[in-house]
Design a binder for this molecule. Structure first.
Ligand code: SF4
Ligand code: SF4
Length: 156
């Protein structure tokens, strides 16, 4: 993780300025942020965040496993930094290094992080609501894939 973060920082030191001037990147980033905000609003309204927060504070401790940190490669980390995330991962803990006090610190997340519903959430929300949330989340996932793919064109 530390190595990948250093590589992401080096990538941004080399390419960050030109990336932030690139009109296609900016348009894709705007599209991604809009879809991310729509996902957050939908999940908030449906009660997912409140439910997950109490699960995280309970004996189960939520579901953000330590290994999830390995799902993020150099471009995914760099993308989060470009989107304004201050990267201070907790590398010595029991849970995902990106789990902060107020929840996930990332903006650009792995699709599993966006779209995971455990059995308890299924029981709480029901199939129809889960389908609706998956449709919203799917748009963020697609916009994120497009954005990260475009970022990769800048090399590494
Ligand atoms: S998805 Fe399920 S297991 Fe994960 S934090 Fe939410 S309630 Fe807990
Ligand atoms: S949602 Fe965030 S904190 Fe949780 S596993 Fe994914 S990256 Fe880690």
């Amino acid at each position: 993780m530390s190595q990948r973060l250093s590589r992401a920082e080096a990538f941004l030191a080399k390419r960050g300025e030109s990336i932030l001037k690139d009109k296609i990147f900016l348009a894709l980033a705007e599209e991604f942020i809009s879809s991310h905000k729509r996902t957050l609003a939908s999940f908030e309204t449906s009660g997912v965040f409140e439910f997950c927060k109490s699960c995280g504070n309970g004996p189960k401790g939520g579901c953000c496993l330590y290994e999830a940190g390995d799902w993020y490669e150099v471009h995914g980390l760099a993308l989060n930094m470009l989107l304004g995330v201050k990267m201070r991962p907790n590398l010595g803990g029991e849970y995902c290094p990106f789990l902060g006090e107020g929840g996930c610190i990332l903006i650009y997340r792995d699709q599993f992080c966006i779209n995971f519903f455990c059995e308890e959430l299924f029981s709480l929300l029901g199939k129809r609501e889960i389908q609706r949330l998956r449709a919203v989340a799917g748009k963020e996932i697609l916009a994120g894939i497009r954005l990260e793919s475009y970022l990769k064109r800048f090399g590494d």
